[in-house]
Design a protein around this ligand. Structure first.
Ligand SMILES: [Zn+2]
Length: 364
């Protein structure tokens, strides 16, 4: 019986929402922290054979160090050296994992090695550790992975690393351009979050303010500390790595890449198709974020100034793409993910509007 002025919820109205979130169990970052990799595996209770997934060049030195440390912790260690994150290489990693009866994997290298370990681990239901030797995007600790299949680049749900070991002494040895791109990728969360809020208002998109706040906090943290992010300085890696990891965690909270990937990522993915291999993912997203922030009516100069300060590209020329390629990428950016509503709307930009946008923001 309803009480006066109070509506009583009927007992038959049952609550049906449910979700799960997976996070890394331990993240260690800092000077020489690679030395903790064996202990981390032991603390996780991992046993048997470890498979190191690494590359021929950058990861090799780190992989040798990881191998020695795991052997010291009495693990049987196997290794596979692979190239890019392609469907073919993924099959190779999975076959070797089965052949050597690996009980866990370690991705040791740049983003592509971590993505391969991440996907193989998700497909074969084995734990994996992320040991980055560079930090060129926000995928080090995220549940998402990109893989090339033929000419297409796919972004897939994969496993969250059980542990992350981000050694600043190791990452500082990678070319600075990679770290600057990683920072630019995180800075682009600013527009991704605005796009998500817009989609929430217009399309009732599943919005999570905790995920959005984490993603935004990560971006602000890079923006506020931009002055101390510079080449050949280990402290720069220290300042940048935490927001890069937090950005990945925001995806784990959201259960999608939405807090870190909006219209600026759609622009970057389109540019990948129009002018493949010219610039890094994070570099393109940074430039995209300048322009998308303009469309949102926000402080796009702040994005541009920060990118300039850390030494990331802010123009088409610096990305190595032509004026025409950049405009074309803007015009077609809305076609990438039709399910993801952004400031580009359903119809996107006209060529005239795209050109004006790029000129007003000094991108061309
Ligand atoms: Zn990204």
């Amino acid at each position: 019986m309803p009480l006066d002025g109070i509506s009583v919820v009927k007992m038959t109205d049952s609550f049906t929402k449910a979700r799960s979130m997976n996070f890394p169990r331990q993240v260690i970052a800092g000077h020489n922290c690679i030395e903790g990799v064996g202990t981390m595996c032991e603390e996780f209770g991992l046993k048997g054979t470890a498979l190191i997934v690494t590359g021929p060049t950058t990861g090799a030195l780190a992989a040798r160090q990881v191998r020695d440390l795991l052997v010291a912790s009495k693990y049987d260690v196997q290794e596979i050296v692979v190239g890019e994150a392609t469907q073919q290489n993924l099959v190779k990693v999975e076959e070797v994992t089965k052949d050597v009866k690996a009980s866990f994997l370690l991705g040791v290298g740049g983003g592509s090695k971590i993505d391969l370990a991440k996907l193989a681990s998700a497909n074969l239901k084995k734990p994996f550790l992320s040991v980055p030797t560079s930090a060129s995007h926000d995928g080090l600790a995220s549940p998402r992975a990109s893989i090339k299949d033929g000419g297409n680049s796919l972004s897939l749900n994969a496993a969250v690393p059980m542990g992350v070991v981000a050694d600043t002494a190791m990452i500082v040895k990678a070319p600075y351009r990679l770290l600057a791109a990683g920072c630019a990728d995180v800075i682009s969360n600013t527009t991704a979050v605005l796009d998500w809020q817009l989609a929430d208002r217009l399309r009732s998109d599943t919005f999570s303010s905790s995920a959005a706040n984490l993603a935004k906090y990560a971006a602000d943290s890079i923006i506020e500390n931009a002055a101390s992010i510079k080449p050949n300085l280990e402290e720069s890696v220290w300042v940048a790595i935490r927001p890069i990891i937090i950005s990945g965690i925001s995806m784990a909270v959201a259960g999608s890449s939405r807090p870190t990937s909006g219209s600026e990522h759609m622009f970057s993915h389109t540019l990948d198709k129009i002018a493949p291999g010219k610039a890094l993912h994070g570099e393109q997203c940074g430039v995209g974020s300048i322009m998308m922030m303009y469309l949102h009516g926000g402080d796009w100069q702040r994005i541009r100034d920060t990118l300039q300060r850390i030494g990331a590209p802010t123009t088409a020329k610096e990305l190595g793409v032509s004026r025409e390629e950049l405009i074309e990428a803007l015009v077609h950016a809305n076609e990438v993910r039709k399910d993801r509503y952004t400031i580009l709307g359903d119809r996107g930009l006209t060529p005239d509007a795209a050109e004006r946008l790029a000129m007003l923001t000094n991108v061309i």
